[in-house]
Design a binder for this molecule. Structure first.
Ligand SMILES: C[S@@+](CC[C@H](N)C(=O)[O-])C[C@H]1O[C@@H](n2cnc3c(N)ncnc32)[C@H](O)[C@@H]1O
Length: 783
């Protein structure tokens, strides 16, 4: 978004800002303009005269120059034969877009305006601009006009629709257009004022999945939803139209929309946005799932050959003798590893089966979990998937496995959605199984504290460790209090860098894939208005709190640690790569790794004897040495400053770096030893030489295939593609795949030829759109 040119600003919007005679006054202004003869027949000059009135006389509720450009660019791209606008007012958008449609070779621009006086103004100015051959002004309520134009056969299809009328009617009129098949694949929608004053029901509708829309239809949801629309906008036309009527159409929930917000400005300079929604013909969603399914089939011969070769290799190779427990079968324990569809669960199961004498069993919420087919597991159980509203079925299914299998040790590799539930299972399982039962999993209260971004930062601050300035916000006002007024909510200012120029990021405290996509927006913006508008567009409420956190320019690192009764027994730190699909360990003795280890040890020690589980942190290491480092240097302390930004009290995929470290199995088994035998110095780190890890499926798509498609679409050069291919070759030759091993190759085959294809088919069937997938954690991120 560029900046707003203040010299072009309209007069400010007053309490009464339309329908007070100014529309007729505008006609007089234009028709008595000294340049009238130049204006005649020139859309550009008619618009300039309207703008002049808006700047020098009174505010007009026009789309304006800045947002108008977004739509004229869209017209040039879409080249609509037929364009419809809902809400014409005095004809500004009608003249601007009608002219653009004509220039793009279009045939008809319909302006639907309910107020006959305004419609007369539009007609007069359209005529003055010389656009009457293209523009047709239709007087009446938009829903009635759409239905009538359709029934008489005048309007058969809408290529581009501009929605700019009564805010609650955006969604109901769109559903009507869907039902009448005026909006079909190929149509494009541009909705004005989605930021100012805002239209949450419309945004929710065009951004929801087919599945969600089908559910709403099943529940019979129709009519005008005014939730989230400011009351003054709901009542905007109450003076003339006492009771608003809405189309009761249920729409067509099967249409897939691709929607995005384009930020811009009102003609007064206030930030606003236009939501551009496309109904793709060869829907990208379908295309990408079908292509990935095709790729999976294409690769079957290669993967299968690899599996056969691995079996031959295992046969030829002298198989290592199974490790026997010291006291025979009596000493053999049952170890349950959950989360075996993920690389982390599979890695731990393989490590323990290879380097311990115990019986390893696995469990996962997916019946097609790749780990199920691993030779490391003696048995596999399917867990009931955790459901946000009712955790009991998940907890019960896990507890019943622990009881039935008489599990001695449970190693949890839960995903983020089951983190707290797993903490509950530990408590219940300890009660049920007695003190001999062990678990590598923190209890629920600990998970809650560490997992919630706000509680975690408060806790770390209480340990006197360095933290970034952070604020928990339950409303837009709370965030703006810091961003605009530059004050801490607490009123105190402990800043050692000086507040001037400090930037922040605003992130949801809970799990919200969509909001995560905008998480890196740096705040505040240049003007207070822009900042206010952006912050208010986020759904910050007491039930959906956000964290406003100081932005630290620097490198991000992540860690994985195994903590046994308050002691770090295994640790690795590595740079965070995009999507976390490439891993290499920092040298354990490096200053940076040591700083992160000390931090982890400090937390583990503070939590004490009851603290057993996987612990991982995300850190930011500033690129410029901050004042804190300077101070440390002067005081003779190590100058590495690390800012913890998040804690994940669960296993991290970085555990894959321990795949060839047999001592890691002993680290897990040390949970059976007494506390006194655990030594601080005995920390297992990845065996040297440590390998770098990647996931071949991810790299095949991102480094080999996408760059080729990008060349095709003109988005990348051949050099970029060659770079990607070289990187891919380097990984295949020198790195290790996170899932594949010669000793246990079937999970790899299942991952790429069963698990993911089933996910893509499910996505197609249920219309679940995804923006990216993580091969290692088997997670699909909602679009
Ligand atoms: C914001 S103005 C439109 C501005 C215009 N698009 C422009 O940018 O120049 C909204 C207009 O929608 C009209 N309107 C409101 N509800 C309507 C409805 N249900 N059907 C048709 N027009 C409606 C109002 O009378 C008003 O003229």
């Amino acid at each position: 978004m560029g900046s707003f040119d203040q010299t072009k600003a309209y007069a400010p919007q007053e309490d009464t800002f339309f329908d007070d005679g100014r529309e007729i006054e505008l006609l007089h202004f234009v028709y008595s303009h000294p340049n009238l003869e130049k204006i005649r027949g020139s859309p550009k000059d008619v618009l300039a005269a309207i703008d002049e009135y808006g700047r020098t006389q009174k505010y007009l509720m026009n789309v304006g120059e800045d947002k108008g450009r977004i739509v004229t660019d869209l017209i040039a791209e879409v080249k609509p034969k037929t364009m419809v606008e809902l809400g014409g007012y005095v004809g500004y958008s009608c003249i601007l877009f009608g002219d653009a449609v004509r220039k793009a070779g279009g045939q008809r621009y319909y302006s639907l305006e309910r107020n006959p006086e305004f419609a007369a103004v539009i007609m007069s100015l359209v005529d003055l601009a010389g656009l009457s051959d293209v523009v047709k002004v239709v007087v009446g309520s938009s829903d009635a006009s759409l239905a009538r134009l359709h029934s008489i056969g005048t309007l058969e299809h809408i290529d581009l629709m501009f929605l700019d009328h009564y805010k609650p009617a955006y969604t109901t009129d769109l559903k009507l257009c869907e039902e009448l098949e005026l909006v079909t694949p190929g149509s494009v929608l541009a909705a004005d004022n989605v930021i100012k004053p805002g239209n949450p029901p419309y945004l929710e509708y065009v951004r929801s999945t087919v599945q969600q829309k089908r559910e709403n239809v099943k529940e019979g949801k129709k009519g005008g939803n005014v939730e989230g629309i400011a009351e003054k906008n709901v009542k905007q036309y109450a003076n003339r139209y006492k009771e608003e009527k809405f189309s009761q159409s249920l729409g067509n929930p099967n249409l897939v929309y691709e929607s995005k917000l384009v930020n811009s400005f009102e003609p007064t300079g206030v930030p606003d946005g236009v939501e551009i929604t496309r109904v793709p013909i060869y829907c990208r969603h379908v295309l990408k799932n079908v292509l990935l399914l095709f790729l999976s089939v294409l690769m079957v011969p290669i993967s299968s050959t690899l599996v056969v070769l691995s079996f031959l290799y295992s046969k030829l190779r002298q198989a290592p003798r199974p490790i026997e427990p010291h006291n025979g079968d009596a000493g053999r324990k049952t170890i349950l590893v959950t989360g075996t569809s993920m690389t982390k669960g599979l890695t731990i199961a393989r490590l323990l089966s290879q380097h311990s004498p115990h019986r390893i069993i696995g469990a996962d919420i997916s019946a097609l979990s790749p780990g199920r087919f691993s030779t490391s597991l003696s048995a596999f159980h399917k867990l009931t998937a955790p459901d946000g509203n009712d955790a009991e079925p998940y907890i019960d299914s896990l507890l019943s496995i622990i009881r039935k299998e008489r599990v001695d040790l449970w190693i949890s590799c839960s995903s983020v959605v089951a983190a707290v539930e797993d903490g509950t299972v530990v408590r219940l399982a300890e009660q049920a199984m007695g003190e001999n039962f062990k678990a590598i999993q923190f209890r629920d209260d600990v998970v809650e504290t560490l997992h919630k971004k706000d509680k975690f930062i408060d806790y770390i601050g209480s340990l006197d460790l360095t933290i970034p300035e952070s604020h928990r916000c339950t409303s837009a006002e709370e965030a703006l209090y810091v961003l605009v007024k530059g004050k801490h909510a607490s009123g105190h200012n402990d800043d050692e860098h000086g507040r001037d120029g400090r930037k922040y990021i605003l992130k949801p405290i809970g799990v919200d894939d969509r909001a995560r996509n905008n998480m890196m927006t740096l705040l505040p913006f240049r003007t207070v208005e822009e900042t206010k508008s952006y912050v208010k567009s986020l759904d910050i409420t007491p039930s959906n709190p956000f964290q406003l956190q100081q932005f630290i320019q620097g490198e991000e690192y992540c860690t994985h640690a195994l903590i046994i009764r308050g002691k770090v027994t295994a640790f690795v730190a590595c740079p965070s790569s995009e999507m976390l699909m490439h891993y290499f360990a920092l040298p354990a003795e490096s200053q940076l790794s040591q700083a992160m280890l000390s931090f982890t040890q400090r937390v583990a020690k503070d939590r004490g004897e009851d603290f057993t589980g996987h612990l991982s942190f995300d850190f930011l290491v500033p690129s410029a040495i901050p004042m804190a480092a300077e101070k440390r240097r002067r005081e003779g302390q190590p100058e590495v400053v690390i800012y913890p930004i998040e804690c994940n009290p669960r296993a991290h995929t970085a555990v894959a770096l321990f795949s060839s470290t047999p001592q890691m199995a002993s680290a897990y088994l040390s949970v059976f030893e007494s506390t006194s035998t655990l030594q601080d110095e005995e920390i297992v780190t990845p065996r040297i030489p440590t390998y770098e890890y990647y996931w071949v499926g991810h790299d095949l798509v991102t480094l080999l295939i996408l760059p080729v498609l990008d060349i095709f679409w003109g988005l990348a050069s051949a050099d970029d593609a060659v770079q990607g291919w070289l990187e891919f070759c380097e990984h295949v030759v020198g790195w290790r795949d996170g899932t594949f091993t010669f000793e246990d190759p079937v999970p790899f085959w299942v991952l790429y030829h069963v698990y993911w294809p089933m996910k893509f088919l499910e996505s197609l069937w249920e219309g679940k759109r995804w923006s990216r997938i993580n091969v290692s954690t088997t997670k699909m991120f909602a679009d």
